[in-house]
Ligand binder design. Structure first.
Ligand code: B3K
Ligand code: ZN
Length: 881
C-alpha cells in the first residue's frame, strides 16, 4: 500500500450520514478524449444528526473542474480536495451543489465506475463505484431521485440508456445525440447505471397481473441477437413466479438488460437497467452447456428478484449485504427448484455450499453472514454472505413454515418499502409475523464457522422408545475463539424396517403427527424421545439439509445403504450415499498415507451398481447419486488436507468402479447416446448428465473403446454439453487424439469468446502432469486476454480453484504461479486479483511444507509496493492465520 496500511471499517462505527441527497441531475458527456460529468445535487442536513457538520463527498480518480453552491462558484479555498474526498467545511442547511468532473473511462481496467467494454460504455457502481463517476455521498442509506442526460457521438453510440423512463431524446451538433432518463424511485447510488454503445435489442413484452404492459429488452453486441431466447424466457418466467409466489409485481414500464463481455461478476441489478456478463445471457444449444442454461435462468431471476429484495428495500450499510443477497439467492433457488428438478437443485446447492463456503468458513477469511469489519467491501461478496446467507433465510422458512414465511415477507415490505434497513429489521418482521422469538437465531448473523452436530440414537425395545441425543459445537474462527449454541431446525424422520416412514410422536404428545418433524435445536446438548416406536428405526436426519452444518451420526454402513434405497426425502437418499462415499474415500486416503494396499469394498460397488441398474427410473437423480464426493469437500472432512492422496484415492475408486461396472456404464451410455432433439427441460438435462457421467467412468480407464466413444460424441453431438464433456475427458487422458480434438475445437469456435473460455477451462483443469506448463503457455495464446475477467477465471482461476492435485503440487510451483498472476493483475483489476487469492486464504488447512510455500508467496505479495487494499486484506489476513 502506498498510503500505509489500509484501515478496517467496523459495523459498530455506523452513524447516519451527516447529509441527505434528495435529487441528482446528471449530465454525462461522453467523448473520446475524456468524459465530463456534471452533477447537480439537492442536498440537506440529515435531521438524524444534530448540528452543522462539514459535507464530505467521496470521489476517486476524478479531475475536478468546478464546484458551485446554489449557483455561486467556489474558489479553491472554499473546499478541501484529497485523493478520496471533496470536503465543503461550511454549507447551508439546504442547497444545490453542482460539480463538474472529468474522467477517462477508456483507461479504467478495474471495471468499476464508468468503463468501456468492446468499445461500449457501461457502469458498475456496487459497492463503491459511483464515487469514480462523480463526487457523492457514496453509501446505500443515501437515497435520491435521479435524472440522467447522456450525450455521445450518434454513429458510434446509437444506444443511450440509464435507469427509469426515457423522457426525451434528440440530435445535437457535430453528429452527436442525447437521451434523458428519469427514475421515479429513490435509490442508493450503487443502483445507478448508464450504457452507451452500438447494441442491438431483442424485444418482448410482459403484462403484469394488475395490467401493466412492460417492454422487455435485452441489448447485445450485433451478431448475438440469436442467443437471447433463453434469457428472455427466463425473465418472463421470473416475473410471473414472483407475482405468484410472493405477490410482487414489476413497477416500471421498461425492463432493460445489457450484456457486456468485460464484467467482474455475473450481473448487476441496477434499477430497470440490469447489466450482465455475457456468460449469463448468451446461449444456444451448440454454444452453451446445460449448466450454462441453468445458470442463465438463475442469474436472470436473481437480478430480477432484486427489484424488490435489494432495490425497493435496500441495505442500510454494506455490513447488511446478506439482507439482500442471502434473501435473493434463496428466492432464486426456490425459483429454479420450481422450474426444474427440486431434488437435483437442492443437491447442487448443497454441493456448492460444501465445496466453496465450508472451506471459506474454516480459513483465514472466515466471517459471519453479517461481517463485523472489512478493509475492502468488495472482498465480502462471498459464498458466506450469499450462500450461507441463503441457508439462513431457508431456516426461517423451515422454522416458520411456507405460510409464516410469506407473512413475514409481506410484513417486511409493508414496513420497509422505500427504506434502507438492516438484517435485524428482516428478523423482526419474521419474528413478528411468525409470533416466534428469534433472538438466539440471530447468532447466525454474528457467529462465523460451520457448526458441527453429533447425533446418537438409542432404541429401547421394551419401552418402544427411540431417543436421539444431539450435541452441537461451533468451531473457533479468526477473532471468535468462543461460540454459543445456535438455534436451528433439524428436520427428522424415522424409517421402519420396511423402509417406510414411521408416524412420529414425541414423548408428551397425545397423538402422532406427520412423518417429518422440525426438531428445534437451541442447546449444546438436547434429547428428543419418540414414543410408540414398534421396532429399531433408522433415523433420517437433517432432511433437505435443513441447516448449514456438518453432521455426524452413529449410523452403520448398512443403515446408510438402507437410507440410499428407502429414504422418502430425496436429498437424504443422495446424502446417505455421499456419507458412505466419504467414509470409504477417507479410508483410502489413510491407506495411501500409510502405504497400505487399496481396495474398494464390494458392498459399495454393489450399491453403486444398484443405483446404476435403476437409473432409468430417474436419470437426473442417478447422475447425482453416482458422483463420488468431490476432492474439495473431502478436504473439508480432514484435519490436514492432503490434496494428492485425496486425488489418488478418488481416482482409484473411479477406476475400480469403471472396471467392475464396465458393462453397465456402457449400456447406460448407449441407452442415452441417441441424438434426441435438444431441449433444456429437467428430464432431458438429467439424461444428458447421466450419459456423460457414464462416459466419464468409462474414460477413467480409457481403453480404445472408451476413447472411441468420446471421440464419436465429440464430433457427433451438436449440444455443447456433450461436446465439452467429451473434450474434457479426452484432454485429461493420454489418448493421442487429445491434441487434435483440442485443436479442432479451437478452430471451430475461435470467434466465440465464451466458447473459447471453455477451451481454456478444459486445459486448466486437466489432471495431466504437464498442466501447469500448458497453462503458462496459454497465457501467451492470442485468444487469452489478461484484462477480461472471464478469461482470467477460465484459465488462472480454474487452475487454482478447480485442479487441486496440480495446484497443490509438492514443489510449490502452483503457488508461485498464482502469486505471479495476482501481482500482474492487481494494478489493473484489484477485484479480480483478490478473487484469485481464495486458495491462499485456506493456508492453515494444509501441512507444514505447503504452509511454508504459501507463506513465501504471501510474504512476497504483501511486500509489493502499491498493492490494492483488496489483495492486501486477503494476503495479510492469510498470513495472520
Ligand atoms: N449485486 C451484484 C454484485 C455486485 C458486486 C460488487 N463487487 C450482483 C448480485 O448479487 O446480484
Ligand atoms: Zn445479488
Amino acid at each position: 500500500m502506498d498510503k500505509g496500511t489500509p484501515k478496517a471499517i467496523h459495523l459498530t462505527a455506523y452513524r447516519p450520514s451527516t447529509h441527505l441527497i434528495d435529487t441528482v441531475d446528471l449530465h454525462v458527456d461522453l467523448r473520446e478524449e475524456a468524459t465530463t460529468v456534471r452533477a447537480r445535487l439537492g442536498i440537506r442536513q440529515n435531521p438524524a444528526r444534530a448540528g452543522a457538520e462539514p459535507l464530505v463527498l467521496d470521489g476517486q480518480r476524478l479531475e475536478l473542474v468546478s464546484v458551485t453552491v446554489d449557483g455561486v462558484p467556489l474558489g479553491p479555498d472554499g473546499y478541501i480536495l484529497s485523493p478520496d474526498h471533496l470536503t465543503l467545511p461550511d454549507t447551508p442547511d439546504t442547497f444545490v451543489l453542482e460539480t463538474v468532473v472529468r474522467t477517462r473511462p477508456q483507461d479504467n481496467m478495474a471495471l468499476e465506475g464508468l468503463y468501456k467494454s468492446s468499445g461500449n460504455y457501461c457502469t458498475q457502481c456496487e459497492a463503491e463505484g459511483f464515487r469514480k463517476i462523480t463526487y457523492f455521498i457514496d453509501r446505500p442509506d443515501v437515497m435520491a431521485r435521479y435524472t440522467t442526460v447522456i450525450e455521445a457521438e450518434k454513429a458510434r453510440y446509437p444506444v443511450l440508456l440509464s435507469n427509469g423512463n426515457l423522457v426525451g431524446s434528440g440530435d445535437a451538433a457535430d453528429g452527436r445525440h442525447w437521451a434523458k432518463w428519469e427514475d421515479p424511485f429513490p435509490k442508493p447510488c450503487y443502483l445507478f447505471a448508464l450504457v452507451a454503445g452500438d447494441l442491438r435489442a431483442v424485444e418482448d413484452r410482459f403484462r403484469t397481473r394488475s395490467g401493466r404492459d412492460v417492454a422487455l429488452r435485452i441489448y447485445v453486441e450485433p451478431g448475438n441477437e440469436d442467443k437471447c431466447d433463453h434469457a428472455m424466457r427466463s425473465l418472463k418466467k421470473s416475473m410471473a413466479w414472483d407475482e405468484e409466489v410472493y405477490g410482487l409485481e414489476y413497477d416500471l414500464d421498461i425492463f432493460n438488460i445489457v450484456a457486456v463481455s468485460d464484467f467482474n461478476m455475473g450481473a448487476m441489478e441496477n434499477k430497470s437497467l440490469n447489466v450482465f456478463n455475457t456468460k449469463y445471457i448468451l446461449a444456444r444449444p451448440e454454444t452453451a452447456t446445460d449448466g450454462d442454461f441453468l445458470g442463465i435462468e438463475a442469474v436472470v431471476a436473481h437480478e430480477y428478484f432484486h427489484n424488490w429484495t435489494g432495490n425497493r428495500v435496500t441495505c442500510r450499510d454494506w455490513f447488511q449485504l446478506s439482507l439482500k443477497e442471502g434473501l435473493t439467492v434463496f428466492r432464486d433457488q426456490q425459483f429454479s427448484a420450481d422450474m426444474n428438478s427440486a431434488a437435483v437443485k437442492r443437491i447442487q446447492d448443497v454441493q456448492g455450499l460444501r465445496t466453496v463456503q465450508f472451506p471459506e468458513d474454516s480459513g483465514a477469511m472466515a466471517h459471519p453472514v453479517r461481517p463485523e469489519s472489512y478493509v475492502e467491501i468488495n472482498n465480502f461478496y462471498t459464498p458466506t454472505v450469499y450462500n450461507k446467507g441463503a441457508e439462513v433465510i431457508r431456516m426461517y422458512h423451515t422454522l416458520l413454515g411456507a405460510e409464516g414465511f410469506r407473512r413475514g415477507m409481506d410484513l417486511y415490505f409493508q414496513r420497509h418499502d422505500g427504506q434502507a434497513v438492516t438484517c435485524d429489521d428482516f428478523a423482526a418482521a419474521m419474528a413478528d409475523a411468525g409470533g416466534v422469538d428469534l433472538t438466539q437465531f440471530k447468532l447466525w448473523y454474528s457467529q462465523a464457522g460451520t457448526p458441527e452436530l453429533r447425533v446418537t440414537g438409542e432404541y429401547d425395545e421394551a419401552a418402544r422408545t427411540y431417543r436421539l441425543t444431539v450435541r452441537q459445537t461451533v468451531p473457533p474462527t479468526p477473532g471468535q475463539p468462543d461460540k454459543m449454541p445456535m438455534h436451528m431446525p433439524l428436520v427428522t424422520g424415522l424409517l421402519g424396517p420396511d423402509g417406510k416412514d414411521l408416524p412420529l410422536r414425541l414423548a408428551g404428545e397425545a397423538a402422532p403427527g406427520g412423518t417429518s418433524r422440525v426438531l428445534e435445536l437451541r442447546a449444546a446438548e438436547q434429547r428428543f424421545e419418540f414414543v410408540d416406536v414398534p421396532a429399531r428405526p433408522v433415523p433420517s436426519l437433517l432432511r433437505g439439509f435443513s441447516a448449514p452444518v456438518k453432521l455426524t451420526a452413529d449410523l452403520t454402513d448398512a443403515d446408510l445403504t438402507f437410507l440410499t434405497a428407502n429414504d422418502s426425502d430425496p436429498f437424504n437418499r443422495w446424502e446417505a450415499g455421499q456419507v458412505l462415499g466419504v467414509r470409504i474415500l477417507l479410508g483410502l486416503v489413510a491407506d495411501i498415507q500409510s502405504g497400505r494396499p487399496l481396495a474398494l469394498p464390494d458392498g459399495f460397488v454393489g450399491a453403486m451398481g444398484a443405483v446404476l441398474g435403476d437409473a432409468g427410473h430417474d436419470p437426473a437423480f442417478a447422475a447425482q447419486a453416482l458422483v463420488l464426493p468431490g476432492e474439495s469437500y473431502l478436504g473439508t472432512q480432514m484435519a490436514v488436507i492432503d490434496p494428492i492422496a485425496i486425488h489418488e484415492a478418488r481416482e482409484f475408486a473411479r477406476r475400480t468402479l469403471a472396471e467392475r461396472l464396465r458393462d453397465r456404464w456402457l449400456a447406460t451410455h448407449r441407452a442415452h447416446a441417441g441424438n434426441e432433439p435438444f431441449s433444456v427441460d429437467a428430464a432431458a438435462i438429467g439424461r444428458r448428465s447421466l450419459k456423460n457421467l457414464c462416459l466419464a467412468y468409462l474414460m477413467a480407464r480409457p481403453d480404445p473403446e472408451a476413447v472411441g466413444l468420446a471421440i464419436g460424441q465429440f464430433h457427433g453431438s451438436r449440444a455443447m454439453t456433450d461436446v465439452i464433456a467429451a473434450l474434457q475427458l479426452l484432454a485429461g487422458s493420454d489418448a493421442p487424439e487429445r491434441e487434435d480434438a483440442l485443436a479442432a475445437f479451437y478452430d471451430r469456435w475461435k470467434d466465440d469468446r465464451l466458447v473459447v473460455d471453455k477451451w481454456f477451462n478444459v486445459q486448466a483443469t486437466s489432471h495431466r502432469p504437464d498442466t501447469l506448463d500448458r497453462v503458462r503457455a496459454l497465457l501467451d495464446h492470442p485468444a487469452f486476454e489478461i484484462r477480461n475477467p472471464n478469461k482470467v477465471y477460465s484459465l488462472i482461476g480454474a487452475f487454482a480453484g478447480g485442479n487441486p492435485v496440480r495446484f497443490h503440487a509438492t514443489d510449490g510451483a502452483g503457488y508461485a504461479f498464482l502469486a505471479d498472476q495476482v501481482l500482474r493483475i492487481d494494478p489493473m483489476n484489484p477485484q479480480v486479483a483478490s478473487r484469485l487469492m481464495g486458495q491462499f486464504s485456506r493456508i492453515r488447512r494444509y501441512d507444514a511444507t505447503r504452509q511454508a510455500q504459501m507463506r513465501t508467496q504471501l510474504e512476497r505479495i504483501v511486500a509489493t509496493p502499491a498493492l490494492s487494499p483488496d489483495v492486501f486484506e486477503v494476503a495479510s489476513k492469510s498470513l495472520e492465520a
